[in-house]
Structures are given as structure tokens and as C-alpha cells.
Design a binder for this molecule. Structure first.
Ligand code: NAD
Length: 386
């Protein structure tokens, strides 16, 4: 099977490396030749590092190197069986790429998109044979993150889904099936982790370092929301939130935060610019282990957790994915310490409903509306079942 990757940025190069290491001849194209050259170097260096750490033996590394083929002309994709588009997140650019690819590839070739925020259906509409289009959503860094979301568009046929699924299996990744809705599974369910924490900060209830500290100590999250968004980059993180908010017709659950917008306005994009919520310049003392009042830490953690559980329950109620796939996506895509349904069972369905109702009463904001699934479970005194 011959693979084509369009776009050699962070995602395209990571996906290409994964495919090459797993034995696929992988053609990679970028319209920017410098970016393509840089990506090829990064992939080869990464393969060498894996070899020196003995994660790849000599033969595996040699084969992976041979499998990477940077190309300067999209027409060389002619014989590809599956192409993954990973160009910039711009709908018209993506649609143009799909339109052009369709004039080059054979009728059996699958064309996939790695988009984070557009519907696969809208991208597929650029193709005459839209049945061959599907979403294959990797996470960053693609060669490390174990999860892949597979998203059939409205137009996708069963054969395309089956072929895409077989390909992901051969990459040794865990796959989950997601409905083509804003944010799919992972990006949607993660929103309250950021948005609710940013709201707590904007309300002056606690400082950002305190909120991070509360979530790490009380919830065992590896990173707090402020650290994590600094790491991801506020441009990327804010745009995902804004895109989900607009695509859900301005549902207040996904409303972007002004404090994050201000970081964007200032050009403080996080770690990559040495400043975000935290200051990463050398010599600056980091204030990451702020001691917060135990009760305050518990209140912060429980408020954010209740919102996360509610979002997962909502995703389940709208049949975004199966209960097992949502649980897998949370642990493998978000790296949370536990799946949210399992967590909800221990934390308490009644407690979750009460927290949501309390905030709904306080703010009269539909952001805090409790999912009917949780409300019903609370009445019947049932738990999530897997
Ligand atoms: N970065 C992430 O964390 C992440 C995670 C999952 C999915 N995604 C999605 O993956 C896609 C790529 O993201 P990225 O972070 O790798 O972006 P990036 O900016 O690092 O790379 C994009 C690349 O696309 C190239 N490009 C632009 N227009 C092109 C065209 N017409 N033809 C060929 N190449 C073109 C650019 O030169 C650039 O090298 C986006 O859709 C993004 O939403 C990103």
C-alpha cells in the first residue's frame, strides 16, 4: 500500500514518520520546498534517535528511511492507495487540495483529512466521488500519540471506512469511531478543562497557577489547563474553541475566554514565544507549585470535573461515539488519569448533577445545563455501564 501525505508541517511529518516506520512507502509533499526539506531532515533524525535508543533495529531504521520519499510534484501521488491531507487549517485551501488530488489519483484511492475543526462532510463536498473521503484525525505528536479518530463524512461509504480502519490497525494505533460533529470526540470533551478553568481565573476566584495546582493535586491531571494551553499554543487552542463555539451556533458551553484572546492580542502564544500565562524566559522564577487553600482546591477541581463529566455525557447523548470509544479517547487522546464515565461513577452522579444545578442557579447560564442522561441516571440511581 502506497501512502501520500500532503502538508509536511508538525502533523504531516509525524504521520509520514509513523507510516514509514510501519512499512508503508510514504510520499510526502508540501508546496513550501523549505518546509518539505526541513520535514525530511526531522523525520530522518527522529528515525536515527529511535535507532540509537534501540526502539528500531538497524534493518527497521534502514527500511523506514527508504520508505520516506519527499516529492515536489503532486502528480507523483498518481499511484497512491491512501492520501492524508495535513495542510493548514483553512477550508478553501483544503477543498482546493482535494479537488486537485481527485484529478490525479485513481478511482480506488482514499483521500483523508486530518482537520481538527472543519466537518469532514464540508471538505468531502469538494470531490466528485465524495464516498472515498474520510477523516483520519491524528494527535500531536503523531508518531507518539496512540489514538486516532476515524470520522466518516455523510458521503463516506463502508468500503472507505473499512480500508481506513485497516490502515490505522497496521500503524499499531488505537482507533475510535466519531460522528462528524464539531470537535469530534477529543477536542470537544476537552473544552471545559480549559474554558471552565479560564472562567474561574477570570472571576478572580484563584490565580492560574493555583488552578493548575488544584487540578494536578486533586485530580491527578499531568498538567493543569494553563500549563497545557501554554504548551499547545494559544493560537491553536483558542482557534479550536472558537471553531467549536461557532459551529455549535454559539453554545455558551464552548464560549472562548477573553483572557486567552488577550494573550493572542499580545502575541503571547505560550512556550513557543517564551510567554503565555507563564513566563518561560530564562532566569524567571516559575510559580508552578502555589499552595492553595484545601477547600478552594477541592471546589475548583469538582467544578471542572463536573463540567467534563457533563460534556462526556452530552457527547454520549448525541451519539457522538460509543461509550467505550469515548472512554478510550479520553484516556489515550487526552491523557487524563481516568476515563470520565468511570470517574463519574466514583465521584457520584448525584454530586455531579448537584454541582451543575448549583452553577445553573447561580449564573442562569445554559452553559451549566445538566445532560438529560445524568439527570435520568440520578433519578434511577444507576451508573455508567461499559
Ligand atoms: N498541530 C496539532 O496539534 C494538530 C493536531 C491534530 C490535527 N491538526 C490538523 O492538522 C493539519 C495540519 O496542522 P499542522 O499543525 O501540521 O500545521 P503546520 O502549519 O505545521 O503545517 C501545515 C503545512 O501545510 C503546508 N501547506 C499549506 N498549504 C498547502 C498546499 N496547498 N499544499 C501543500 N502544502 C500546503 C504548509 O507549507 C505547512 O508546511 C491542520 O488541519 C490541523 O488542524 C493539528
Amino acid at each position: 500500500m502506497k501512502i501520500g501525505i500532503v502538508g509536511s508541517g508538525a502533523m504531516g511529518s509525524g504521520i509520514a514518520q509513523t507510516a514509514a516506520i510501519n512499512g508503508f512507502e510514504t510520499l510526502i509533499f508540501d508546496k513550501n520546498t523549505e518546509a518539505l526539506q526541513k520535514a525530511a531532515e526531522t523525520i530522518l533524525n527522529s528515525i536515527s534517535k529511535l535507532q540509537s535508543k534501540q526502539k528500531l533495529n538497524f534493518l527497521q531504521a534502514e527500511n523506514a528511511r527508504k520508505n520516506i520519499l519527499p516529492i515536489n510534484n503532486l502528480h507523483e501521488f498518481e499511484k497512491c492507495d491512501l492520501i492524508i491531507e495535513a495542510v493548514i487549517e483553512n477550508l478553501s485551501v483544503k477543498k482546493n487540495v482535494f479537488e486537485e488530488l481527485e484529478t490525479i489519483v485513481n478511482s480506488e484511492c482514499i483521500i483523508a483529512t486530518n482537520t481538527s475543526s472543519f466537518t469532514v462532510t464540508s471538505i468531502a463536498s469538494a470531490c466528485k466521488n465524495a464516498q472515498r473521503v474520510i477523516g483520519i484525525h491524528f494527535f500531536n505528536p503523531a508518531y507518539i500519540m496512540p489514538l486516532v479518530e476515524i470520522i466518516p463524512a455523510l458521503q463516506t461509504n463502508q468500503k472507505t471506512l473499512q480500508k481506513a480502519s485497516n490502515f490505522i490497525k497496521q500503524l499499531n494505533k488505537t482507533q475510535v469511531l466519531a460522528k462528524d460533529t464539531p470537535g469530534f470526540i477529543v477536542n470537544r470533551i476537552a473544552r471545559p478543562f480549559y474554558c471552565e478553568s479560564f472562567k474561574i481565573y477570570e472571576e478572580g476566584i484563584a490565580d492560574f497557577a493555583e488552578i493548575d495546582f488544584a487540578l494536578k493535586t486533586k485530580g491527578n491531571f499531568k498538567m493543569g489547563p494553563f500549563e497545557l494551553s501554554d504548551f499547545i499554543g494559544h493560537d491553536v487552542n483558542y482557534n479550536v474553541t472558537e471553531s467549536i463555539w461557532t459551529s455549535t451556533y454559539f453554545d455558551s458551553r464552548y464560549k472562548p475566554s477573553f483572557c486567552q484572546k488577550q494573550l493572542l492580542n499580545a502575541g503571547y502564544l505560550g512556550k513557543k514565544t517564551n510567554k503565555g500565562f507563564y513566563d518561560y524566559q530564562e532566569g524567571v522564577i516559575k510559580n508552578k507549585n502555589t499552595i492553595v487553600d484545601e477547600n478552594l482546591a477541592t471546589l475548583i477541581f469538582e467544578r471542572v470535573l463536573a463540567m467534563l463529566i457533563n460534556e462526556a455525557a452530552e457527547a454520549l447523548s448525541t451519539k457522538n461515539a460509543s461509550i467505550n470509544d469515548i472512554e478510550i479517547a479520553i484516556v489515550k487522546g487526552l491523557n487524563y488519569p481516568r476515563g470520565l464515565f468511570n470517574w463519574a461513577n466514583d465521584f457520584g452522579i448525584e454530586k455531579t448533577v448537584n454541582i451543575l444545578d448549583l452553577f445553573y442557579e447561580k449564573y442562569k447560564d445554559s452553559r451549566y445545563r445538566c445532560s438529560y442522561i445524568l439527570r435520568e441516571m440520578n433519578i434511577k440511581k444507576t451508573l455508567f455501564e461499559f
